[in-house]
Design a protein around this ligand. Sequence first.
Ligand SMILES: [Fe+2]
Length: 274
Amino acid sequence: MLNVKLHHLSFSTDQRDQMIEFYRDQMGMTEIEEVGGDVVLRAKNRIMHFVDGPKNRLNYAAYGAPDQNVLDELRQKHETAGVTLSPSPSPVFGEDAYAITDPDGNQMVFGVYSEMADDQSMAGRMQHVVVASTQVEAMIAFYSDKVGFAVTDIVRKDDGVITSCFMRSNNEHHSFAVFLGETAKLDHNCYESSSWNDIRDWADHFSDSEITIFWGPGRHGPGNNLFIMVRDPDGNPVEISAEIEQVPEDRETGNWEHNPRTLNYWGKGMQRVE
Ligand SMILES: [Fe+2]
């Protein structure tokens, strides 16, 4: 089992100023630095790196190991699995970090994380990222067989087509997921808060800027987490979550039916495909 967690994300965008404004003012990432023309925004436990390019694309997702030994073991595992390693594009991780590229061209970066000092930002640590793909099975094979993520839950249509696959890299239900979509793109990014009351506070906070919740409040089937979702200026869903399921290491993969209730016990599902 891997022992890494999602540490920071990089999206490409064709309206960087608007995205910076949203993630600064709405997501509270107020520590801002320019790195070689790119912009990195930070708050405690959430860091975002914007690069110029097409919107709705994951530039990379950076997963952090707690120490150098864990990272060294991971690198060895990836080399043994025949994964091509490339230099890390992250200005956040150190020189030991490296990148791999999945079948859709998304980059995953692995490095050693360091915690940021406490600040006054609202509770919400970067917890998972989801991409859409037209080749879900190839993506699952890559992430489970080569990268080493464990498959926690799979959602299938009646005809057996996989519509969602939730994968974990530590004991949390998922830190990464792939959804079936019409194109390869970024689906959403999620921040785990500490309680249901935090979700209330986030909703009030978004309300101050007249940003409306477009999905939720609800409770997901896979992951069992409470959630609300808003959209950033590029239209990427941003999820605030609480109570995500903790999963024992030997948990067998769960199977779910593709229906609205699977995505949301409390109300409407938001199915990406019918
Ligand atoms: Fe999510």
